[in-house]
Design a binder for this molecule. Structure first.
Ligand code: F6P
Length: 544
């Protein structure tokens, strides 16, 4: 028996709070008025967690709202659920598995579950990564990492984010899509004798990864490559399947590491190759620091808990069905894609733990793009569109351009521009602009013939649009580890309160099964028994 948040008596209290007349707390809440009423709002609603400072003050929350949300968390037994997760209880109950990515970043000698096995696996993986970096496995110039989903997004995002920490000379490529347009251009520029392939798949059954691995192997042999054992390595919890594929060197891991939580395991091999063992350990240490914060900080100051509670407030009371993530650091441009899997594969569920259909919304759509690029694409809609979409800004105080001389000065100036843009966007979303303000402004590009009042309505902004700003001192392995762990725990918090299993992904199975049934039909052209649309499309695709 689980207590879902909507079954708690506090849910009705929150609904009443949301529905009350006037500005207090609920649907009429105005962030601008709240700032006018409380000179300390920023101080009260900003929080420190390891490596991450969070400004929550531009959200539609106040002390009574937060108090009720925290009461909800208590009432649903969030702390007990968190402790069960960290202890290694089989919280992924549809697969009968524990969920212990936190154990992967616990330091050596800690009491975390499986510590001895984890340390042995980590040491072996890091030793291998260092041997590649030192050229002991041949003079490798390129590493091609083949994997998809959790076996791609995490490593690819982190390697890109930690560009400043990468060894010069060794190039890393990530291939995920079964579409040959992903693999072909990567292979085109490579020399087989100097290329290492890492085949990453937890199950080692994933169609896309196996197809790309087979193609890479065929290419390697066609190029005159002979030493498969030296040039192919696997990271998988199914090392037997990797061996059957012909890969001798395989780093294994455990079924209690979920795919989308696996970058901390041997799936992180490309990260370790890129930045080295010491920095990989720093990534783990940053995540561990956030784990400690999540495990030990009272709920009212616990950042993943607070973010998760605001997510519930927006999704289930305000009815906001989407959240945009805007990292103001080019290195984090793949973070939104990574978070899409983390959040939407985890919490995109329609039944509770007992299999009952949910009548409340679960995972929002998570999407975004690096700032400032997003500003010139979809921010128009964030400012003036008919939907309210909470935005999450991520800013980094100190850049690491690796530039010297005049270029360094220019880029330092660009960094100030970047930060000014970041602050301006959250300010504009909150502040808005009335039609009266727009009326008295000069707008050089505006029509001279259109009625001024009409024009002012086009040029006004509703404001009161919520945002969160997360600040990092610098983008380092440690701070990145903490940031990712923050998101992982936040996803856990919302999933636990919704009473769902955040750790399975049955929703991806049906499409995989139908694909396997359709595949032979793409060769034979047989459309018998198919629905009209699929039959029509298939025939058209196969027509001369
Ligand atoms: O998309 C479904 C999924 O099972 C993800 O959860 C997983 O990260 C991905 O496929 C890749 O799976 P594997 O690592 O087993 O190849």
């Amino acid at each position: 028996m689980t207590l879902r948040c909507d079954q708690s008596p506090v849910w009705a209290e929150l609904q009443a709070h949301f529905d009350q007349d006037g500005a207090a707390g609920g649907r009429g809440f105005d962030i601008r008025t709240a700032f006018q009423a409380d000179a300390n709002r920023f101080q009260t609603l900003s929080f420190e967690a390891p490596e991450v400072f969070a400004d929550l003050s531009k959200n539609r929350i106040d002390a009574p709202t937060l108090a009720l949300l925290l009461k909800l968390a208590q009432d649903c037994g969030l702390e007990a659920r968190r402790d069960a997760l960290l202890r290694g209880d089989p919280v992924n109950h549809t697969e009968g598995r524990a969920v212990l990515h936190t154990a992967l970043r616990a330091p050596a000698g800690s009491a975390a579950p499986f510590n001895a096995e984890v340390q042995a696996s980590l040491d072996a993986m890091l030793a291998f990564a260092e041997s590649v970096r030192r050229g002991e496995r041949g003079a490798m110039t390129d590493v091609v990492h083949i994997g998809i989903g959790g076996s791609d997004l995490g490593p690819a995002m982190v390697v890109q984010a930690l560009e400043a920490f990468r060894a010069p000379g060794l190039k890393l490529h990530f291939v995920s899509n079964v579409d040959g347009h992903d693999l072909a251009p990567v292979l085109r520029g490579l020399d087989a004798q100097h290329t290492l392939f890492v085949i990453a798949s937890k199950t080692f059954t994933t169609q896309e990864t196996l197809a790309n691995a087979q193609a890479a192997k065929a290419w390697f042999l066609a190029q005159g490559g002979t030493d498969i054992a030296r040039h192919f390595v696997a990271t998988s919890s199914n090392t037997a399947a990797a061996a059957a594929f012909g890969i001798d060197t395989a780093f294994g891991f455990w079924d209690w590491v979920g795919g989308r939580y696996s970058l901390w395991s041997v799936i992180g091999l490309p990260i370790a190759i890129a930045v080295g063992a010491e920095q990989f350990r720093a990534l783990l240490a940053g995540a561990h620091a956030m784990d400690q914060h999540f495990a030990n900080t009272p709920l009212a100051q616990n950042l993943p808990v607070l973010l998760g509670l605001i997510d519930i407030w927006y999704r289930n009371f305000h009815g906001f069905s989407s959240r945009s993530v805007a990292p103001y650091h080019q290195g984090l441009r793949r973070l939104p894609a990574y978070l899409q899997q983390l959040e939407m594969e985890s919490n995109g569920k329609g039944v509770d733990l007992d299999g009952n259909a949910l009548t409340i919304g679960t995972s929002p759509v998570v999407w975004g793009e690096a700032g400032t690029n997003g500003q010139h694409a979809y921010f128009q809609m964030l400012h003036q569109g008919t939907d309210v979409i909470p935005v999450e800004f991520i800013a980094v105080k100190r850049p690491n351009h690796g530039a010297v001389g005049e270029l360094a000065e220019k880029l330092a100036d660009q960094h100030r521009k970047l930060l000014a843009n970041c602050l301006a966007q959250s300010q504009a979303l909150m502040q808005g602009k009335t039609a009266t303000e727009a009326l008295i402004e000069k707008a050089p590009t505006a029509s001279a013939t259109l009625d001024r009042e009409v024009l002012a309505r086009h040029r006004s902004f509703p404001g009161n649009r919520p945002s969160t700003t997360l600040l990092l001192e610098a983008l380092t392995p440690r701070s990145l580890g903490a940031l990712i762990a923050l998101y992982e725990h936040r996803v856990f918090v919302t999933g636990a309160l919704w009473g769902i299993n955040s750790f399975d992904q049955w929703g991806v199975e049906l499409g995989k099964a139908l694909c396997n049934q359709l595949l032979p039909r793409l060769a034979s052209g047989d459309t018998a028994g198919l629905d009209g649309s699929t039959a029509g499309l298939l025939s058209r695709l196969l027509s001369a």
